[in-house]
Ligand binder design. Structure first.
Ligand code: OAD
Length: 229
């Protein structure tokens, strides 16, 4: 089956009850991106940003992995050295389904980061502007997530994976946010076949060799079963 590189987005966790961003009633229709997902928004009103991510963390704790997370974790167990899992999601549902070494390019809700000294630690359930960094003591703690205008994490590792991909699969992502939206072209240019699994056509559907439409909980386990045959 060669090396499979899988990029997941909010659609993977939608059926676990976590909101997507750009769908009807998505998070960005209810919250202002500039206020809750940029370094400038955090500088203006850190309390509001903590409130937003505290709510996301609470949602995430209540959510359970769905059959799509479980199928991807099974695939990784089936062929660990030939499967790279990259996610834009800040939830830990892939890990809770049994996956490991998931590349969280947009960070994760379970992490806290000191904006002053870059120390990282496990985030408490509720973060606040009163929290002091356990390392330097400054009161500039933030969720360890990547905001608009910041560089996603692990880009070198991702680039190496894309360079050796035989198959690139994007699951439940709208193709609106770069650099992730450009991975299909990167993989394709390096000779990989490309497959999109999504509920609906995305902004980048024409770039894929094949697109399969349906809810992730159905089409991901079906695809995983196919390639394990
Ligand atoms: P979006 O909300 O932009 O897109 C969600 C995608 O999931 C859409 O293409 C939907 O069609 C699809 N979808 C919805 N329900 C689905 C289901 N049950 N099964 C399969 N697909 C489904 O989310 P992302 O593309 O992940 O970044 O967004 C990318 C980034 O934008 C996020 O990581 C976040 C956001 O702003 C930051 O906060 C930095």
């Amino acid at each position: 089956m060669g090396h499979i590189v899988i990029l997941t987005g909010a659609g993977l966790s939608a059926e676990s009850g976590l909101g997507t961003f750009r769908d009807k009633e998505g998070l960005w229709t209810r919250y202002d991106i500039d206020e809750v997902a940029t370094p400038q928004g955090f500088a203006r009103n850190p309390g509001l940003v903590h409130e937003f991510y505290n709510a996301r963390r609470a949602n995430c704790r209540q959510a359970q992995p769905n059959p799509a997370h479980i199928a991807l974790a099974d695939l990784q167990h089936f062929a660990a050295d030939r499967v790279t899992l990259i996610t834009q999601n800040v939830d830990d549902l892939l890990e809770r389904a049994g996956a490991s070494d998931v590349i969280h390019m947009h960070g994760h809700l379970t992490g806290a980061l000191c904006a002053a000294c870059e120390h990282r630690w496990t985030a408490p359930d509720t973060m606040s502007i009163a929290d002091a960094c356990p390392s330097c003591g400054q009161h500039s703690t933030r969720p360890d997530v990547v905001w608009f205008g910041e560089i996603p994490y692990h880009m070198d590792k991702i680039d190496t994976a894309l360079a050796t991909a035989d198959l690139f699969v994007a699951i439940g992502t709208s193709g609106n946010v770069y650099p992730a939206a450009g991975f299909v072209q990167d993989a394709s240019a390096r000779g990989a076949r490309t497959l999109e699994l999504n509920l609906a056509h995305s902004a980048i559907t024409p770039l894929f060799d094949e697109t399969r439409l349906g809810p992730a909980s159905k089409i991901v386990p079906k695809w995983v079963a196919e390639i394990q045959q």
